[in-house]
Design a protein around this ligand. Structure first.
Ligand code: HEM
Length: 343
């Protein structure tokens, strides 16, 4: 496989862009003309060739720029990466999972050589060639979770499973949709989900937790979630709200197609073998409205979903203020034709 990595930024001049191929593989999340929360989970066992589901940890044209953006965020705020002391083993589990998966799925980009507990890891796109001792923290420049997630697209929450619950006891969170690891660290599944409207009353979190506690090694699961972001910005955290919050007011009918992004999260769930922890990668894909509408059935459907989305969900997702502008823009791409279920 040949991948060319974009020179681009997720802040400042926002030079982030999607190639035509990246638009075609964007994980458009709506399989019908309306949206409501649900326990939308399925096995993560591959997908169509070229799709974002095909490989265990998708690597795309944004890889190098995303890793640069993560390094900037961490330099400004080291608390985006935290691991409570009992999560050390889970960090090594995660490192192994990612190194094995990426070296098998992208052998031209990543190589892992193991000689007992002496491991050599080569990451060609980032120019890394390190040798270390598995399970010996002193042989890596960072803790194992931080080391590998500085080289892997997407945020990572690493959960401890105990007392019939999941606990957010470690994570690398630099591209989140307005929630804070520093606030949530040490919380359980129901506590960190408390701000979400409707879902608790619908019984979604009880059912989701039951499902997650039973995820087994080698049978990962996945789901999609989505929101809206003004400008292609990965770091939309509460900590930096003063930087990106005001940008929500910069939309006009003339610039909305270019500046308003649909933000889709591919969330996967992995049981970790030694620690029995659960890894929760949250991979973020950004696509501008003007690129979305190049696929007519997406433009048509997105119009209907946003138009009919209840205000409490639009408020929680942070775009109620721009909903009328978004609906007006998208209405131009909805010819009223009937759609069929499925993406
Ligand atoms: C939102 C974490 C699994 C459903 C959130 C938020 C966090 C989070 C931090 C933001 C809450 C806030 O506003 O502060 C996690 C973690 C999971 C997990 C670490 C894995 C262990 C799930 C599952 C489901 C789910 C399995 C449902 C099947 C939701 C929903 C929202 C949410 C519906 C609101 C999202 C939106 O409207 O944009 N989750 N979650 N989560 N989560 Fe989860």
């Amino acid at each position: 496989m040949t991948l060319t990595f974009n020179k681009e930024s997720f802040r400042g001049d926002y030079s982030y862009h999607n190639s035509p191929a990246a638009i075609r593989r964007f994980p458009f999340p709506f399989d019908r003309d309306e949206y409501m929360y649900s326990v939308n989970m399925e096995p993560h066992k591959g997908g169509r060739d070229g799709s974002v589901f095909q490989r265990r940890f998708d690597v795309d044209e944004h890889y190098v720029a995303e890793m640069e953006d993560r390094a900037i965020t961490l330099a400004r705020d080291p608390m985006r990466c935290q691991s409570l002391p009992h999560m050390r083993l889970a960090g090594w589990d995660l490192l192994e999972l990612i190194m094995v998966s990426k070296s098998e799925d992208y052998p031209d980009l990543f190589q892992l050589t193991r000689d007992g507990d002496r491991w050599r890891w080569v990451n060609k796109p980032l120019g890394i060639d390190d040798t270390f001792t598995f399970l010996d923290d002193a042989t890596l420049p960072h803790g194992p979770m931080e080391y590998i997630t500085r080289q892997t697209q997407g945020d990572f929450a690493v959960l401890d499973q105990r007392e019939g619950n999941l606990w957010m006891d470690a994570g690398m969170i630099t591209s989140q949709a307005d929630w804070s690891l520093d606030f949530d660290i040490g919380m359980n599944f129901f506590e960190w989900h408390a701000p979400v409207p409707r879902a608790a009353e619908m019984g979604i979190f009880q059912r989701a937790l039951k499902f997650l506690m039973n995820v087994q090694v080698d049978t990962p699961a996945r789901r999609l979630n989505w929101t809206m972001t003004v400008n292609p910005r990965l770091d939309t955290s509460p900590e930096t709200y003063p930087e990106w919050g005001p940008e929500k007011r910069s939309l006009t009918p003339d610039n909305i197609g270019e500046k308003q992004y649909l933000r889709v999260e591919l969330q996967t769930f992995w049981r970790l073998p030694r620690s029995n922890g659960l890894a929760f990668p949250i991979r973020c894909y950004l696509c501008s409205l003007q690129d979305i509408v190049t696929v007519p059935k997406w433009g048509r459907r997105l119009h209907r979903v946003i138009r009919d989305l209840p205000d409490d969900l639009a408020t929680y997702k942070g775009f109620l203020v721009n909903k009328p502008l978004i609906v007006d823009y998208l209405a131009r791409f909805d010819d009223g034709a009937p759609t069929s279920p499925g993406i």
